[in-house]
Design a protein around this ligand. Structure first.
Ligand SMILES: [Zn+2]
Length: 391
């Protein structure tokens, strides 16, 4: 039965569907309000229409004006786990990419913004439902297809999903992994470090307290932090945590001693590292600086980005089923590894694993594409996984 279903996957339908999706502009508005050309909602409305045409029961949850999560449910007969196929509907921006919304097929690839990250997987999900429907398959558990908002910025979509559902027992998120199965990734926790001083005219700097100079001492205090992180025990898949000083701002004119400086730092965290632990580590490096500088005042606030690490156990049914499916479809042993980047997966509220068509190397570039044979294979992997778990 599974073999027959996999043969029903239509490359032509996948290409048509993904082409339509690429041509709908759904650039993430980032810190601005949603507006035409920057609305997942235009895409979400299209996606809902497609799910309805396939017979799914659909629902929408507006998060902020113009931005929504959407989903469709193929109701199961009972007695099996509910599985969610989820993907973000937003894309990164398109500066320097004039053909971003003009899908083009060439050399076995489909080009355009979002083609691999990650409208490709959303097209695969619709094809999964079509194949199941046309074959008259009744699943035991529910199959939920989900379009999620705002992955590329603050992940308001998946964070809301974790709080409000709908819930599934297992999730697959088809971020571009080149069909590798990724049950783990580091988290990302960004914090602001601020120093304070006393502003005076720069002709009498000895009367002031320089917040930027204080920040320089803080930056120096972190000089060996990455080395320390690299000496700690590695996570079997994620390796080591890392630290990066990303943004600095302070001062207003050169003829004044600055009374304020702010640093934004990025910490890639391993499964098990807590927010509290990170703040403690920062404090332990900064606090000694106050000893010989009585006026030294600082604060650590955040976090501007706060995505947990992902660590689904390797013996979880969703990992073993996906790995078996990938091996069956590709004819090679499944690659099971950590993804480099942080994703929606740890926010969803149930074990969710990444596996999808396309390569992260093409994501966010001005020549984004997905290999069409990976579209077909990803669809087959999803079908195989669903049938083996809840068919
Ligand atoms: Zn993505």
């Amino acid at each position: 039965m599974i073999e027959t279903l996999m043969q029903e996957v239509s490359e032509d339908l996948l290409v048509d569907s993904l082409s339509n999706m690429v041509s709908i502009q759904s650039v993430n508005p980032f810190d601005e309000a949603a507006r035409p050309g920057h609305r997942e909602q235009e895409f979400a409305e299209y996606f809902v229409t497609q799910m309805q045409a396939l017979g799914l029961e659909t629902d929408t949850r507006e998060l902020v004006p113009g931005r929504a999560n959407v989903w469709g449910r193929l109701r199961g007969t009972g007695g099996g786990p509910a599985i969610m196929l989820a993907g973000h509907m937003d894309t990164v921006g398109v500066p320097g990419y004039p053909t971003a919304f003009t899908p083009k097929v060439a050399d076995g690839r489909l080009h355009g913004r979002g083609s691999c990250d990650m409208k490709a997987a959303l097209a695969c999900y619709l094809e999964v439902v079509r194949v199941l429907r046309d074959a008259g398959v009744s699943l035991k558990g529910d199959l939920i297809v989900a379009g999620v908002a705002d992955e590329e910025h603050l992940m308001i979509g998946s964070k809301d999903w974790g709080r409000n559902g709908p819930h599934a027992d297992f999730g697959i998120i088809g971020e571009p992994t080149e069909l590798a199965v990724c049950p783990a990734h580091k988290g990302q926790y960004c914090l602001f470090v601020r120093t304070f001083g006393k502003a005076v005219h720069s002709s009498v700097p000895h009367l002031g307290e320089n917040a930027i100079e204080r920040m320089a001492r803080i930056i120096n205090a972190f000089a060996d932090y990455n080395d320390e992180l690299a000496r700690r025990p590695a996570h079997p898949m994620c390796g080591h945590g890392t630290f990066n000083v990303g943004v600095i701002s302070g001062g207003s004119i050169s003829s004044a001693v600055p009374d304020f400086c702010q640093l934004e730092v990025d910490r890639r965290i391993l499964p098990g590292e807590t927010r509290e632990r990170i703040v403690e580590e920062y404090t332990a490096r900064i606090e000694p600086l106050t000893a010989d500088d009585p006026g030294f005042r600082y604060e650590i606030v955040g976090g501007s980005i706060d995505t947990p690490a992902l660590d689904v156990p390797l013996d979880s049914p969703i990992v073993t089923a996906l790995a078996h499916a990938a091996e069956t479809v590709t004819g090679a042993p499944a690659e099971v590894k950590a993804l480099a980047a942080a994703t929606d997966a740890p926010n969803m509220g149930f074990p969710s694993v990444l596996c999808g068509p396309g390569s992260i190397a093409q994501a966010h570039t001005t020549d984004e594409y997905v290999a069409i044979d990976q579209l077909t294979k990803a669809t087959q992997i999803y079908l195989h996984t669903i049938m083996s778990m809840t068919g």
